[in-house]
Design a protein around this ligand. Sequence first.
Ligand SMILES: Cc1cc2nc3c(=O)[nH]c(=O)nc-3n(C[C@H](O)[C@H](O)[C@H](O)COP(=O)(O)OP(=O)(O)OC[C@H]3O[C@@H](n4cnc5c(N)ncnc54)[C@H](O)[C@@H]3O)c2cc1C
Length: 603
Amino acid sequence: MATFDQYDYDVLVIGAGGAGLRVAIEAAAHGVSVGLICKSLLGKAHTVMAEGGIAAALSNVDERDNWKVHFADTMRGGQYLNDWHMAELHAKEAPDRVRELEAWGALFDRTKDGRILQRNFGGHKYPRLAHVGDRTGLEMIRTLQDYSIHQGIEVHMECTIISLLKNGEQVAGAFGYEREKGRFKLFGAKAIVIATGGIGRAYKITSNSWEYTGDGHSLAYHAGAELMDMEFVQFHPTGMVWPPSVRGILVTEGVRGEGGILLNREHKRFMFDEIPELYRHQTADNEEEGWKYTQGDRSAKRPPELLTRDHVARCIVREIKEGRGSPHNGVFLDISWIKTKIPNAAEYIRKKLPSMYHQFKKLADIDITKEAMEVGPTTHYMMGGIRVNAETQMSTVPGLFAAGEAAAGLHGANRLGGNSLSDLLVFGKRAGEFAAKFARENKQAGIDHQAVEVIANKAVEPFERTDGDNPFQVQYDLQEIMQDLVGIVRKEEELLKAISALEKLQERSRKVRVIGNREYNNGWHTALDLQHLLTVSEAITRAAIARKESRGAHFREDYPEKDEQTGNCNLLLVKGPDGQMQVKRASLREMRADLKQIIDEMK
Ligand SMILES: Cc1cc2nc3c(=O)[nH]c(=O)nc-3n(C[C@H](O)[C@H](O)[C@H](O)COP(=O)(O)OP(=O)(O)OC[C@H]3O[C@@H](n4cnc5c(N)ncnc54)[C@H](O)[C@@H]3O)c2cc1C
């Protein structure tokens, strides 16, 4: 029997973005041994790319803010499909988690009197996002990394996990390969936390980088965990559209928070045309009021550009479809216009949005202090993920936890900007604490080495084939299908077409062929990613078929309204005994009376 290098830990954390690092820090603080694995280099995770900020009701800029307002905003944004207890914990605990980050060395932008500065963002009633210019994620990762290296955590960089191992019902470990040498690595663990981030690479146009192939979602699903809310994929309204090589790269909502406006080719501010009922009383009905809001006038209502992302993205698609788009199939986002309102506007823009300024200057030769940007929707964030317990973050598989973007529940049908970074901190800490507790209370389940050998043999099969598809081509075809048939606007016949196309791709993926050896072989890595991409794509599509209504990020052209009869539930995806994916409905838990009252008062 083959032997592999084996590493044993009390708690194994898969993923080293904001969530994984916060999990690892907390678990180590509880005195257990911790292993931390990441597919790329430590620090190179999505979290580092986060721009706009961390949502937390610190009430530094507007004292009317508090956890109740944040809770109500998060629930409204999620169209009330959120796990309300997660939304409560998140709103209550986020301020402490941000202050803790500051105590660990994070240097936030400041108010005039020296407190953490907060900015406006879509769906948040008051300025709530603690930020560092438009490079908040970089500061967050730097701080967590600096702090974590002193905690005795063992890091395995450039190591990709391809399978979880179980013994009976409990998790026992994980199996993966080193990207550099191609050697396999075996990990034993008493508790495992999945913190692998999103799924953006299942789509052609995305703000996500190469690692985000839904690995954690798929690993947990195949290990018997339930996935939830997979139909809710967030298409961020503003990604770059030109030149083609940069299509999808994010243009932060911070641009609109600082006063940026959306215009169609007729130079009309089209966002005033359609304001959803749920937000009418909170939204400005004229341009001057919208501007005043962005400048901190507390009596003003927010401009419609700061409505939730699902709505803004759909309005942009409507403008493009109806022929009022920009030359490269987008719309215009203009921040330069603020020169008519404030002196030194160019300097102000460069100070507030330094990354955006450089991004457009370098990649599109556009000076955003002088010209409008061209933008359009881009696949950005996954609201759906592994179903977890709100308090502990444990999934339905004993010993298997999840945190961050890979977990579901907090955001419901749509995430508010800034609520992801706070999610990572709040639930990363919780997952670390409870995974450590589980590890202390349970023995390590034994590893079935024969099962590991089967996984290893299957993983190298693509080298043994003499013909078969190129894995890059299969991935490309999958991205086209998801973009065209399971995108922002969905309908039954296209979704069914997607299901049969995905079945064919499954077949092709089983026969892909790679050449060369196992050292840094990108083709092989892609061949192994395909199983995850196909699993999450099937889950998204099946859930999208089952939800016959439009709500939050899920829009059905054939069912354009919300259906209160059938829609008030979460959809779960589970692996059936026959290996087929099943969709189940889970009724929403009755909300606690005190929380219900908060929502009623804030309506
Ligand atoms: C451009 C951009 C800007 C954003 N701006 C904001 C913002 O301003 N505010 C906000 O709240 N949110 C923002 N978001 C969203 C937010 O950044 C992410 O949702 C969040 O960082 C996810 O964190 P995470 O820790 O869950 O995962 P990530 O930070 O994505 O980390 C995932 C980790 O898992 C590892 N991994 C993945 N698969 C495997 C595997 N098979 N084996 C081993 N390791 C694996 C990766 O290598 C990585 O280390 C933004 C996202 C993007 C893309």
